[in-house]
Design a protein around this ligand. Structure first.
Ligand code: TYD
Length: 138
């Protein structure tokens, strides 16, 4: 898979199996994930009416999958351009480059798994939208 590293984009992985057996999907370094994975986290039980995210990252790259349920992303890049992604199948993913403001909605049964290029550093977050907008023009 070819990744454009400065542009958010959908990731489509293979799903191996059949209904009577079940399925396996694999995300492999280099072929599917364009960075060294330093951290993996997952989120779950987010109520339907809750919107999460509301932040951008200065350096972090992420590949995100909904291993269960449905997850909707609204992204705004450093130029203020919006994009919308729906993860509604375990083999569909999303690559998020640095400097993308995100808001995320979940179905209650959704499990989001994130493969991340860096360990957790709170200083990498921009949690204020005005700061994000101003940060891009520096
Ligand atoms: P955050 O990334 O702010 O998630 P959201 O924007 O969806 O609410 O993370 C929520 C909380 O979890 C925040 O207090 C930081 C903490 N956290 C960690 O301690 N380590 C991590 O790797 C992550 C992703 C979050």
């Amino acid at each position: 898979m070819k990744h454009k590293l400065n542009i958010s984009h959908a990731i489509s992985l293979k799903s191996v199996g059949k209904p009577e057996l079940g399925y396996i999907t694999v995300a492999e370094y280099q072929t599917d994930i364009p960075f060294d994975i330093k951290r993996v986290y997952w989120t779950y039980y987010t109520p339907n009416q809750v919107t999460r995210g509301h932040h951008a990252h200065k350096a972090l790259q992420q590949c995100i999958f909904a291993v269960s349920g449905r997850i909707e992303f609204e992204l705004i890049n450093a130029n203020g351009e919006k994009s919308h992604f729906v993860l509604d199948s375990p083999e569909k993913g999303l690559y998020i480059p640095p400097m993308h403001w995100r808001t995320i909605k979940f179905s209650h049964n959704a499990v989001l798994i994130c493969l991340a290029s860096e360990i957790y550093v709170e200083g990498d977050y921009i949690r204020d939208f005005d700061e994000f907008i101003n940060f891009k023009s520096k």
